[in-house]
Design a protein around this ligand. Structure first.
Ligand SMILES: NC(=O)CC[C@H](N)C(=O)O
Length: 305
């Protein structure tokens, strides 16, 4: 069956434009609070490089927690499987910024995608380097994956989060007290806030997502074994306490961010990205989830099909 992705995306774009309940834009990072909830974009990038889009797919937005996928790839590259001594691989069933389980597990976060786990991951990826070096390398990784050198970090967003980041500081100091931070907390958090402030468009993110599937040619940023494992983590933990719901509705590895973006991998088929700033109660894009659900229904790309 040949898929008419142009028609499928047009239909999704029209349905999402008409939606009235669009969720709530994140307000705890002041710079994100002013984004218009009416924005919507989506892109699908095929392994041969063809890109299909709808809506505001070329508009850069704050990728926030989607960055955690790239940092995880970097930390695993630096430390190999030893990384897992510092971070578990289990779904948390808790909010992304919860501190509850950290006490229970003596400073070992549940997975690399909840905030505590992501801070530990950034700390591991720093590996004694200066934050600016780490951020340069992270940007290089993302630019190579996206095939686009124009991707940048929005300093205003990083500063905005730094100014309101006490909860993340609490998580980091709690881990430090248990010996699970290798760098001084302010240094690791500075790197973390900046990684979250990377801006990308759906078109760039969809292409970047292809680093997590088999490509005939193009850059190979991680090994096949590592790809499988990162995809597994995304499937089980990429949407926090709504990861089960995302797996049920979409059936693909995906990672959300509070900027309203979701990066999704359809193994062997495509890289997918969607952006709609309004969030559901678990901090994931409300319409973004619905849009990927529609796409998967139309394409049959769920890994469970
Ligand atoms: N879920 C998210 O996107 C959270 C990322 C955000 N920068 C934070 O640390 O709170």
């Amino acid at each position: 069956m040949t898929l008419d992705l142009t028609a499928i995306l047009d239909e999704i774009g029209a349905e999402m434009a008409a939606a009235t309940d669009r969720g709530k834009v994140a307000s705890y990072i002041p710079e994100l609070a002013c984004i218009d909830p009416a924005r919507f974009g989506m892109a699908v990038c095929l392994p041969d490089g063809q890109v299909f889009t709808t809506g505001d797919a070329q508009e850069p937005f704050s990728i926030q927690s989607i960055s955690k996928v790239f940092t995880l790839a970097m930390a695993l590259g630096r430390m190999g499987d030893q990384f897992w001594d510092r971070v578990s691989r289990e779904p948390s069933g808790q909010a992304f910024n919860s501190i509850l389980q950290l006490e229970h597990h003596k400073g070992i976060p549940r997975n690399p995608f909840v905030n505590a786990g992501a801070i530990a991951t950034t700390d591991a990826a720093l590996a004694g380097h200066a934050p600016s070096e780490f951020l340069g390398e992270l940007l290089q990784f993302i630019r190579t994956a996206a095939g686009d050198d124009s991707i940048f970090i929005n300093e205003k967003v990083a500063k905005s989060e730094e100014a309101t980041g006490d909860l993340n500081r609490a998580l980091a100091y709690f881990m430090a007290a248990h010996g699970n931070m290798a760098n001084p907390v302010p240094l690791a958090l500075g790197a973390y806030f900046h990684q979250c402030a990377v801006e990308m468009s759906c078109a760039q993110l969809a292409r970047a997502a292809l680093f997590l599937t088999e490509l005939p040619d193009g850059p190979r940023l991680v090994s096949a074994a590592r790809r499988r494992r990162i995809n597994a983590m995304m499937m089980l933990c990429g949407h926090y306490d709504a990861s089960g719901d995302f797996a049920y509705r979409v059936g693909l590895p995906g990672k959300s961010g509070v900027g309203g973006g979701i990066m999704v991998v359809a193994p062997q088929h495509a890289g997918i990205a969607v952006w709609s700033p309004g969030l559901n109660g678990q901090g994931n894009s409300k319409l973004g989830t619905a849009a990927v659900e529609m796409l998967v229904r139309a394409t049959g790309w769920s890994v469970f099909d």
